[in-house]
Design a protein around this ligand. Structure first.
Ligand SMILES: Nc1nc2c(ncn2[C@@H]2O[C@H](COP(=O)(O)OP(=O)(O)OP(=O)(O)O)[C@@H](O)[C@H]2O)c(=O)[nH]1
Ligand SMILES: [Mg+2]
Length: 200
């Protein structure tokens, strides 16, 4: 069971009128970035994306097959807009070999684990190492502990997440796709950390 995020690209543009029609805008005020989500199956990657793009949580939809694509544009306080082109990868082991297709050339990687699952935290560390070896060197990386609403089942401490992220130069946040806690903040914090093109 999972949150299907196989939504058409027209799901983008929550802030209508902000997207470039040809998608080529990438000046200092209008950024367009490729973002990839990685992590074990079932940690909630698709639910995070669905929450961010549609404001919904759908526990009845399916696990991701291969990968799915969505986009969403946000406006920052300084009136910069950031269009996220999001590749939501499939966490099942059989799709692991496809991951480089999606993280190659990505400006941002969001590595997700489930705070109730130490195995998923181990898997997140595997993905971080893979990205360090094969991703773009200037990639913005976020470590996300999802399902923060399940405090009573927590098996990965907040400090474990903070420590690992700090050691690896990553931004860290705990989220809940179910309650929407910290979902928008995750993407806003990523947007703030993006390198800005220098004005010509
Ligand atoms: N309690 C709780 N459950 C969640 C949360 N996010 C996702 N889930 C549940 O976890 C299950 C898996 O979520 P998905 O988003 O499909 O997981 P995924 O990481 O995309 O999995 P793959 O597509 O197989 O890689 C769903 O059935 C949700 O019900 C959350 O924040 N809190
Ligand atoms: Mg999925």
């Amino acid at each position: 069971m999972g949150c299907s995020s196989s939504l058409p690209d027209r799901a983008s543009g929550r802030l209508s009128g902000l997207n470039s029609e040809n998608g080529s805008v990438n000046d200092a005020k209008n950024l367009r970035v490729k973002l990839v989500l990685l992590g074990d199956s079932g940690v909630g990657k698709s639910c995070i994306v669905l929450r961010f793009v549609r404001g919904q949580f759908d526990p009845t939809s399916k696990v991701t097959i291969g990968a799915s694509f969505l986009s969403q544009t946000i406006a920052l306080q300084d009136s910069t807009t950031v269009k996220f082109e999001i590749w939501d990868t499939a966490g099942q082991e059989r799709y692991a070999a496809l991951a480089p297709l999606y993280y190659r050339g990505a400006a941002v990687a969001v590595v997700v684990y489930d705070i109730t699952s130490p195995e998923s935290f181990q898997k997140a560390q595997y993905w971080v190492k893979e990205l360090q070896k094969h991703g773009s060197p200037d990639m913005v990386m976020a470590l996300v502990g999802n399902k923060a609403d399940l405090q009573e089942n927590r098996e990965v401490t907040v400090q474990d997440g903070i420590d690992y992220a700090e050691k690896n130069g990553m931004f860290f946040i705990e989220t809940s796709a179910k309650t929407a806690d910290n979902i928008n903040q995750l993407f806003e914090e990523i947007a703030k950390r993006l390198p800005r093109p220098t004005p010509s």
